[in-house]
Design a protein around this ligand. Sequence first.
Ligand SMILES: Cc1ncc(COP(=O)(O)O)c(C=O)c1O
Length: 372
Amino acid sequence: MNGLDAFAAAKLRQLEQNALRRDLAECERSGQGGLTRGGKQLISFSCNDYLGLSTHPAIIEAAVAATERYGVGAGASRLVTGNHPLYPILEARLARMKGTAACAVFGSGYLANIGVIPAIVGAGDEIFADELSHSCIWAGAQLSAAKLSVFRHNDVDDLAQRLAASAARHRLVITETVFSMDGDCAPIQAIRQICDQSGAWLMTDDAHGLGVLPAQKADLQMGTLSKAVGGYGGYVCASADVIALVRNRARSFVYTTGLPPGTVAAAIAALDFIAANPQYTEKAMENARFFTNALDLPEAQSTIVPVIIGAADAALRASARLAEDGFLVAAIRPPTVPAGTARLRFTFSATHDKASITRLAESVRAALWAPA
Ligand SMILES: Cc1ncc(COP(=O)(O)O)c(C=O)c1O
């Protein structure tokens, strides 16, 4: 074994010992929440496809038509020749939804965060991020070289104190609107007020909010097209000048190939669908609340409902137990969530039916809360 292989093997052993090793499993999704994994038919409560649009015939048709017309790839970065005619349509749609003058679409939400943050702040500036922020927010903050101040989760007073104590040239506050692993919502209005009072800029990550909850104003509204929108891509909406600056300075915008035309067409069709069919959003939220009511959990604030287990190996066992009953609910372990808070993360979609959710709740009750 050469040195690199030995290094990798030792690291993997360590992950295994701590029940933190992850491996890919082939999943064939069939729409309506159905999925086959390892030959077993399961109902997934782990997809972020909250409205079921990734398999919707009208969205697929839009992607196929655009692929036939423009080809499978963009051919170059957007600033060279990759800015096909569907891009301005998608960016105008997103800006309109968010109430901003402009929008920049990126290759993914991850690429948006690691590009936008360093395009806006740098050395001499300070970023204030909620402690439960997504991995790509931390990555963007690190790439920016700005000082990083981490405020307690959704704690507006802690944020206010940190802002007041900062002498940085520019101060950028970042929070998620809906927290990806906790499903709770940030107090955006209160945070915006503090930002306005102290002259700080506010950036929100609405990855799990778009298509599920109403948009809330911020200086920079970032998000993804991979969850409720059902496809792939990321975006940031802001004023015309801010977006022009992002298009000039964000390295993950400038130095990467544009999205395939079919992907952009799918996003446009999905946004049109969401606007014309509010009952899908209502149904997804109703399903999440139906689950929390069935288990006497605090009422769902979004389509994400966590059940904290604690130890990583216990979360894996709980997930395996639910799979025996026909449900796919992924165990989320550190470093995705803080140590000691491994959990089952349930996500609900407009395509789930009440009968499956009732059976899921019974299975959870038996697996996690049955008397010993
Ligand atoms: C809060 C949050 N931000 C950003 C991302 C990244 O989005 P994408 O999957 O489009 O890269 C995700 C998705 O994993 C997320 O949950």
